[in-house]
Design a protein around this ligand. Structure first.
Ligand SMILES: C[S@@+](CC[C@H](N)C(=O)[O-])C[C@H]1O[C@@H](n2cnc3c(N)ncnc32)[C@H](O)[C@@H]1O
Length: 247
């Protein structure tokens, strides 16, 4: 059953509050195996895609950057040597278990310029216009209210600041899509064997299918107020990078 407050949780329609709890539960359960699972189901390619995203965000020494839905900290780890000791990175995420894994990893690696903050992307606890750049890597798809989150990102960005979104997307070539679907059909089994979590990886596959297509996400960013929005397909559209600016 659906009502005006219902949102997608994978292929199900659920109440918005319930989606937040369900997504939180997914990441609570997979946090301890999240990094190894990423390597397995992407055959390691997520590392390269994250490097590309960081390169495309144009981060510079001394900047203040928000790693939104930063999870276990891959993006923050790549950004830390770029912004250097005079810069500041804030890893913000709704899920305490994911943050804990990230905090331990980054502190052990000596990335002292990363601060951690637990909160929802829909309601950021930051003043207006403090970040030079915001990155969201594989997070947007999970947000309960994507438009509200994008509006919050716009609010906390400095004028001319950049929002960069790396996310699963939709391949254009039907043969690639068929092969990719076949590959994805193994993810729940891998999730069960490696993380003891079949359902969470079923949600992953469904959430990718339900995520807006490339052009729809570009329009959503423009509707929110981002300017000069463009996107780049990666691996034939299996993933995409969307980049927009605060005018
Ligand atoms: C697939 S992980 C991505 C983590 C990391 N950015 C990466 O690329 O490896 C998605 C992250 O989004 C977070 N998340 C989900 N819903 C959120 C929300 N409404 N606000 C903030 N973070 C959220 C989850 O807790 C999880 O850590």
């Amino acid at each position: 059953m659906s009502n005006s407050n219902s949102v997608d949780f994978g292929t199900k329609k659920v109440d918005a509050d319930k989606k937040t709890r369900l997504v939180d539960d997914v990441f609570k359960k997979v946090a301890h195996r999240y990094d190894i699972m990423n390597d397995l189901i992407s055959l390691g390619s997520h590392r390269l895609l994250k490097k590309m995203a960081v390169q495309m965000c144009g981060a510079r020494e001394g900047q203040t950057i928000l790693d939104l839905a930063g999870g276990t900290g891959d993006i923050s780890a790549l950004l830390a040597p770029i912004v250097g000791k005079n810069g500041q990175i804030v890893l913000s995420d709704i899920n305490p278990q994911m943050i804990n894994v990230g905090r331990e990893r980054l502190l052990n690696a000596g990335k002292a310029q990363v601060a951690f903050c637990q909160n929802a992307a829909e309601q950021l606890p930051f003043p207006n216009e403090i970040f030079d750049t915001i990155l969201i890597a594989f997070g947007l798809r999970n947000f309960t209210d994507k438009r509200k989150s994008l509006a919050e990102a716009l609010r906390v960005l400095k004028p001319n600041g950049i929002l960069l979104i790396l996310e699963f997307s939709h391949p254009h070539n039907p043969k690639l899509k068929t092969a990719y679907n076949a590959f994805q059909s193994f993810w729940p089994l891998v999730g069960e064997l490696v993380a003891g979590e079949r359902e969470s990886y079923e949600y992953l596959v469904e959430s990718i299918e339900k995520h807006p297509k490339q052009k729809a996400l570009k329009l959503m960013m423009e509707d929110t107020g981002f300017v000069s929005v463009e996107y780049h397909d990666l691996i034939g559209g299996i993933c995409s990078i969307h980049r927009g600016y605060k005018g």
